[in-house]
Design a protein around this ligand. Structure first.
Ligand SMILES: Cc1cc2nc3c(=O)[nH]c(=O)nc-3n(C[C@H](O)[C@H](O)[C@H](O)COP(=O)(O)OP(=O)(O)OC[C@H]3O[C@@H](n4cnc5c(N)ncnc54)[C@H](O)[C@@H]3O)c2cc1C
Length: 291
């Protein structure tokens, strides 16, 4: 396994921002992954995994960590009857394609979520009434101490949250799907994707929802829209004119620009609605939302 130094995270995130990772590796097998985790522990280095980098914001100065991107057998997809067994680095798109071709339903909710299985479990990603908690049976989790299976209950999946913490890597996960006519699956996917295209920026570089929806009659998007933030720009980043809970790279954005927008958005939501918005996007490196 090649260990690289100074790999720009801007290449590994959908927003296209972020400085260099101190170390970067692409483990292809469980053995590689365990070696990488031990390498980091011996040097007291934090470990960060990126899937498609579709919900991370990495510091412009870089990240003093070992950053991993899973490949090879850790990104493989296999069907065992109605069980979809996928590596943590397998993309949702490939899993969905395999499930659809085999006439297995249940994964359609992920058709509009650009990400990997590991990111899906970690975030309990979801859309249109479905999320990982509804399909995942168990996940194989690696740490510097070894690997072990965590059952669904142990994963403690709730709204955009799970028990998977720093230094824990989802190497594989098993998902329970169910037989469904292929045409029905295709129709659901088409409907969800059309709905998505109408409501959110789909042809821009973003990192998905910036904030979790608060306990309020308004979701984060509507709340920020009411604060007059649609189209608001700082540096190269702007609040999407289409959906206010998205930040777009409008050209030459830095993570610091996105953070500045998030700080301003939180300030306005607090002042106008008395709501403390909690960010959904994961921050890598030294990034703080301080005013
Ligand atoms: C256009 C767009 C639309 C989106 N729509 C949705 C949506 O509808 N619903 C939704 O929930 N999200 C949405 N997102 C956000 C994002 O796609 C999801 O959170 C996705 O699950 C992230 O997966 P990822 O593999 O890219 O993870 P990353 O963004 O790379 O990482 C996210 C977090 O998961 C961790 N992680 C990644 N892989 C692993 C692993 N193997 N083991 C342990 N930890 C890991 C990372 O360290 C990080 O903390 C959207 C994003 C975009 C850009």
């Amino acid at each position: 396994m090649k260990l690289e130094e100074g790999v720009p995270l801007a290449r590994l995130t959908t927003l296209g921002t972020g400085g260099p990772a101190r170390y970067f590796a692409r483990p292809d097998s469980l053995g590689d992954l365990e070696r990488a985790l031990r390498f980091a522990r011996e040097r007291d280095l934090p470990v960060a995994v990126v899937g498609l980098g579709s919900n991370v914001l990495a510091a412009d100065e870089g990240v003093d960590a070992l950053v991993l991107k899973l490949g090879g057998e850790l990104a493989a997809v296999e069907l065992r009857g109605e069980l979809l067994v996928a590596g943590g680095g397998a993309t949702n798109a490939v899993c969905l394609h395999r499930a659809r071709s085999a006439g297995l339903g249940g994964f359609e909710f992920a058709s509009a979520i650009p990400g990997t299985i590991g990111g899906g479990v970690r975030m309990n990603a979801g859309a249109y009434g479905g999320d990982w908690s509804g399909i995942v049976e168990r996940a194989l989790v690696a740490t510097a101490d070894g690997v072990g299976w965590l059952a669904r209950e142990e994963l403690r999946l709730s709204y955009r949250s799970s028990a998977i913490g720093a230094g824990q890597v989802v190497a594989r996960a098993e998902h329970r799907l169910r037989r469904k006519p292929v045409e029905e699956i295709k129709a659901t996917i088409a409907a969800l994707q059309a709905q998505r295209k109408g409501a959110q920026p789909t042809n821009k570089r973003t990192f998905g929802s910036v904030f979790k929806n608060p306990e309020h009659e308004l979701g984060a998007g509507r709340m920020l829209e009411a604060c007059g933030l649609k189209g608001y720009r700082i540096g190269g980043a702007q609040i999407s004119p289409k959906h206010a809970n998205f930040i777009e790279n409008a050209g030459g954005a830095r993570s610091a620009d996105a953070v500045a927008l998030m700080v301003e958005a939180r300030r306005r939501a607090r002042e106008q609605f008395g709501v403390e918005l909690e960010h959904e996007v994961h921050l890598l490196g030294r990034l703080e939302l301080t005013e």
